[in-house]
Design a protein around this ligand. Structure first.
Ligand code: ASP
Length: 361
């Protein structure tokens, strides 16, 4: 299959229009050698296994510190990043591996006109795994197709950000002990916020979530994401402009920044960027155990005063981000975590193309 990089938000997986499916007899299955463009590229059992591994790593830092001895991670970041790049890199360093790469494509051959495919055909000779971030939707898929080694999508334009979703899921699981039977509010830039698209896509695979989509008229959720919810019988959504009106119903409030870099017109950005600001007074309308998530960086969407509230979970997300990346990097290169015993053996029912199945969490 070939893919063009487009400005649209395509549905992408490595080689299938459907999410990877679990069959009843499956164990999580190996991710060795696999690229991860979206989490649809793997089964729900794999996703849960990653979360289990991340939790194991958190309590066995020393034991896992030589898991990836001799391995090299390349980080190819064509777009600015602080957390995600450092998180990918720290993950490999904490597993005993090494890191090469660039941040800011102006430093690399892309300024001479090199294609992503050629860069990957080159870099995949040097590295065992590649993490790529690119402003264009579809870039990670193109990279995966050109690469000899696994490629992990670290964000492709407004499309997907699968490792952020793993961090989000790990945070939900640690807060609620589950990732289903939740009312999840997503607030802000739902058009360009790739983390929102990834998270909805993945939560739909597990099912039993009601989404409350809170955005200005100009930044509503793309139709392909709404279609995903619509095709999941146990999931539903409502759309609203008013955060205060719905905050009391939410288990989770996922705040996002307005994605300045995806706007063509600065005035539109300036008009929309402060539409939602979560401060203590708004937060006081929410349930005492609601969790506030944010993929960061925040601009003005969450007042600093909220940081000390027990509902604030966004710095936990950062920590979970590193742990899930440690799990994923070790898995795609095929290195076992010392002492880790997989406990999962395939859920009773895996997700079907219509996303009707649910996996046990
Ligand atoms: N860090 C997240 C991303 O790369 C969120 C953001 O930038 O707003 O998509």
């Amino acid at each position: 299959m070939s893919a063009e990089i487009t400005g649209a938000c395509p549905r992408q997986t490595n080689d299938s229009a459907c999410p990877a499916q679990d069959s009843p007899q499956d164990s999580p299955g190996s991710l060795e050698g696999m690229s991860v463009v979206t989490l649809d590229d793997m089964s729900t059992t794999n996703i849960l296994d990653i979360l289990d591994r991340a939790a194991y790593i958190d309590h066995h830092r020393r034991e896992v510190s030589h898991t990836c001895d001799g391995r090299v991670l390349a980080t190819l970041f064509y777009e600015p990043s602080t957390r995600t790049r450092l998180s990918f890199e720290t993950a490999m360093l904490r597993l005993g591996g090494k890191v090469i790469g660039f941040a800011g494509a102006q430093l690399a051959s892309v300024t001479k006109g090199e294609s992503i495919s050629d860069t990957l055909k080159t870099v995949s000779n040097y590295a065992d795994v590649v993490a790529i971030r690119h402003p264009k939707e579809g870039a990670a898929l193109v990279a995966a197709q050109a690469s000899r080694v696994p490629v992990i999508n670290a964000g492709d334009g407004g499309h997907m950000h699968p490792t952020q979703t793993l961090a989000d899921l790990a945070t939900l699981r640690s807060r609620f002990g589950r990732i289903t039977h939740l009312t999840v509010g997503l607030c802000g830039d739902l058009t360009f916020g790739r983390t929102v698209h990834s998270l909805i896509e993945t939560l739909c695979r597990f099912g039993d979530v009601h989404f409350v989509l809170i955005s200005p008229e100009e930044l509503t959720t793309p139709q392909y994401v709404l279609d995903r919810i619509d095709s999941t019988p146990s999931c539903s959504y409502t759309e609203t402009r008013d955060l205060s009106e719905v905050i009391g119903d939410l288990d989770v409030l996922y705040m996002t920044r307005v994605q300045k870099e995806r706007f063509f017109n600065e005035d539109d950005y300036l008009r929309l960027r402060d539409t939602y600001i979560l401060d203590e007074s708004k937060l006081s309308l929410s349930k005492p155990d609601m969790a506030v998530l944010h993929p960061l960086p925040r601009v003005n969407e969450i007042a600093v005063e909220v940081d000390d509230d027990p509902r604030a979970a966004y710095f936990e997300q950062v920590r979970n981000g590193m742990l899930v990346r440690m799990a994923l990097e070790s898995m795609v290169v095929g290195d076992e975590l010392e002492g880790y015993e997989p406990t999962r053996s395939g859920p009773p029912s895996g997700p079907a193309c219509a996303q009707s199945g649910k996996a046990a969490i």
